[in-house]
Design a protein around this ligand. Structure first.
Ligand code: ATP
Length: 412
């Protein structure tokens, strides 16, 4: 089988690597990919980015199935375009992708279907949002309606903070169209969990729960990032909590998707916050997470191409999903300054004795050298019987990788 993965980050590297392990997979193309992915056996990155170019490549090269990693392509309707040409693709339609690409769409969906979520209001006029936040109690969370790569969420501790966030979003239009409409949400205090489901358009299957670390700095301080590390399975989600998550989140979500004709082939990622043993949905994402994919797929024992086939053939309810025992631990190495401005083009050196898996995100090749080329540069992943062991191995190995502005959290 020849497959194509759409995207260019560590998540796409992981998907491509896991597929390449399968004996049924002859070749994995990644569009556009990155130079770190090309190092992988059977994998080739294509220097093409637009939906049109990707579609033409798939048609002309007899690609059996396409798997979309990145949300932008889904929000821009890649799945609808492929389906119009009768090509097999894993991902939601543009309509269903609104669960992720519009927070107003998602919150309204949750409200209609009694999915537990933080209470909220939506605004399209700056003056109404300012008026509301003058009287609100704090902290308060202000979110851009559209996609903003994790940067469109502001946790405000005062009216002054809200005014600044609202002006940035709705007046200065820093996030363009994405921030013209906003959601103002109650602040919840608790721990976060990322729940993943496989969906085939008819059935669904629970995949795993992972722990992501969104904040840049230790003790969960500082700005939000795309994610600084992940642990699978989530160490704080036990059987009792999982039951409540099914009852209050997964079951009503699936029922709602069915009723509204929004079921699709792919992954549903439900971002939760758990406050006093009660789960609340923060967001829906319609694809795998980054860096959760790195830790989940590294722990996955089952053949990933079998799972993709089961999604395509609409039989995920009978899919046998096996994970290795224990935990996997993923640590992101980023460039100092991320998620704001940071240096690029720094030489990456890796000691040969490293045993952990490295998934590349922001890198490019310069001759034989690999250089940094993004905020999140790479992730280091390993697994062990205990979380402590997995964590210790990865932290030791982080010292065997060097680039000038290397930064990582030391407290995951
Ligand atoms: P973007 O749309 O910019 O890509 P996102 O989709 O990642 O952002 P969310 O998941 O809704 O946005 O929020 C990002 C992070 O902000 C969460 O992981 C959480 O840490 C924090 N956050 C969001 N909503 C709340 C809330 N109601 N209470 C407390 N923290 C929150």
């Amino acid at each position: 089988m020849k497959v194509l993965v759409v995207g260019k980050g560590g998540r796409e590297h992981t998907i491509a690597w896991k597929l390449s392990q399968s004996k049924d997979i002859e070749k994995v193309f990644v569009a556009p990919g990155n130079d770190g992915i090309s190092i992988e056996n059977k994998c080739e990155c294509l220097k093409i980015e637009s939906i049109k170019e990707i579609l033409n490549f798939v048609k002309n090269n007899n690609i059996d199935i396409t798997i979309v990693g990145s949300e932008e392509y889904l929000a821009n309707g890649i799945v609808d375009k492929f389906e119009e040409s009768n090509l097999k693709i894993i991902g939601p339609s543009q309509n269903a992708a609104q669960l992720e690409s519009s927070k107003i769409f998602a919150k309204s969906f949750m409200k209609r279907h009694n999915v537990q979520t933080a209470s909220f209001n939506t605004f399209i006029e700056l003056k109404d949002a300012l008026e509301y936040s003058k009287k609100a109690s704090y902290p308060l969370v202000i979110k851009a309606d559209g996609l903003a790569a994790g940067k469109g969420v502001f946790i405000c501790n005062s009216y002054k903070d809200s005014t600044q966030a609202l002006n940035e979003l709705m007046k200065e239009e820093k996030f363009g169209e994405a921030g013209r409409k906003i959601v103002v949400e109650e602040y919840l205090k608790g721990f976060e969990a990322s729940v993943f489901l496989l969906m085939d358009g008819r059935n669904y299957k629970f995949f795993n729960v992972s722990k992501d670390h969104k904040k840049l700095l230790e003790k969960d301080q500082g700005p939000n990032t795309g994610g600084m590390g992940a642990i699978t399975p989530h160490p704080d989600v036990d059987e009792k909590l999982t039951k409540i998550i099914f009852q209050k989140i997964i079951n009503p979500t699936i029922k709602g998707l069915e009723e509204e004709g929004l079921l699709y082939k792919g992954f549903l990622y439900i971002g939760l916050i758990i406050e006093n043993d009660e789960p609340f949905v923060l967001e829906y994402n319609v694809r795998l997470g980054d860096p959760e994919a790195q830790s989940m797929l590294y722990l996955l024992k089952s053949d990933f191409s079998d799972i993709i086939n089961d999604i395509e053939e609409e039989r995920v309810n009978t899919t046998n999903i096996e994970f290795y025992d224990g935990f996997s631990f993923c640590l992101v190495l980023s460039s100092e300054g991320y998620p704001f401005s940071y240096a690029k083009g720094e030489r990456i050196t890796i000691k040969p004795e490293i045993t952990s898996k490295i998934f590349y995100s922001g890198v490019k090749k310069d001759g034989e050298d690999l250089l940094t080329n993004g905020g999140r540069v790479l992730s280091i992943v390993n697994k062990a019987n205990t979380l402590e062991e997995a964590r210790n191995i990865v932290y030791e190995e982080a010292e065997k990788i060097h680039f000038k502005s290397k930064y990582y959290r030391k407290d995951l």
